[in-house]
Design a protein around this ligand. Structure first.
Ligand SMILES: C[S@@+](CC[C@H](N)C(=O)[O-])C[C@H]1O[C@@H](n2cnc3c(N)ncnc32)[C@H](O)[C@@H]1O
Length: 259
């Protein structure tokens, strides 16, 4: 047997710690094949050799593979619920020192959105956001905190005025007060140990790429990470079918409470 996708997956795991067996196969394989063709390689083996010789190509592969589109205030109705109902719930149940985990945070739009909303309700010192992603490139970008107006179209103007400095016609920089509340870290949801005593986990638009088994395991680990009555906030195309079976109950669409 020649070098095929199975071999490629093993080699990718060896050098990146990304286990492609835990991602939906058809979708992932198709994506990778299209990248291989676009970069002018003849197949999986040729492409893998290319990545061994060219670190830039390896970074391109990881970033492409992990699909990191994001935006500030993505799906505004849910952030309005977060602002009006969820934050008051968290303050009532957990008081000060809130810890929110933005898991698979991509370029930082999501954890910065969380911090800006929380800052409208409480002093900066009363909350921390842990922001994690598997991809070091997006984390580097996130730490810079510079965004184009395209990422900011959905963000209400009050936040833009209060927490950004305009650098030029299209570029904005996040304020240091907000930046300081966020702790960016590399973390692989399919491999690494999870945080504990978290009040809320925001994990949106990543488990859709995982197999059902991998997704179930991630949700079980989220449950263990959360304090009792803590919340899990999921993406607008996602749903937990039988939340009680895994220790959650629906609080509001897209928000689940640990029971
Ligand atoms: C589509 S983005 C979602 C960003 C943000 N949560 C949002 O909804 O706007 C998906 C992110 O998941 C990350 N990702 C993919 N697999 C991951 C894994 N196993 N562990 C942690 N992050 C992962 C990618 O690097 C990417 O940044």
């Amino acid at each position: 047997m020649g070098y095929d996708y199975e071999e490629f997956k093993k080699d990718v795991y060896r050098i990146t710690n990304i286990n492609l067996d835990l991602y939906k196969e058809r979708q992932m394989k198709r994506r990778i094949e299209s990248l291989i063709a676009r970069k002018g390689f003849s197949g999986f083996e040729d492409f893998f050799k290319g990545m061994r010789q060219d670190e830039e190509l390896l970074h391109t592969f990881v970033t492409y593979l992990t699909i990191n589109v994001s935006q500030f205030y993505r799906n505004p109705a849910q952030w309005e619920n977060f602002d009006k109902e969820v934050v008051p719930y968290l303050m009532k149940n957990f008081g000060k020192n809130l810890t929110i985990w933005s898991a698979a945070c991509s370029t930082g739009d999501e954890p910065y959105t969380i911090a800006m909303i929380l800052a409208e309700h409480m002093p900066f010192a009363d909350f921390n956001v842990i922001a994690t992603d598997i991809d070091e490139e997006v984390l580097k970008f996130a730490k810079e905190g510079i965004y184009s107006d395209k990422s900011l179209v959905d963000l209400p103007k009050v936040y833009l005025d209060k927490y950004f400095t305009k650098l030029d016609e299209h570029q904005y920089k996040v304020s240091d007060d907000i930046k300081k509340r966020i702790n960016f870290k590399k973390h692989n949801l399919l491999e690494d140990a999870y945080f504990s005593n978290v009040d809320t986990i925001v994990c949106r638009n990543v488990v859709i790429y995982f197999t059902d088994e991998a997704k179930d395991k991630v949700y079980a680990q989220f449950r263990d990470s959360l304090k009792k009555d803590g919340l899990l906030f999921i993406g607008s195309t996602e749903q937990i079918l039988k939340p009680r079976d895994i220790g959650f109950e629906l609080l509001k669409t897209f928000f689940y409470k640990k029971i």
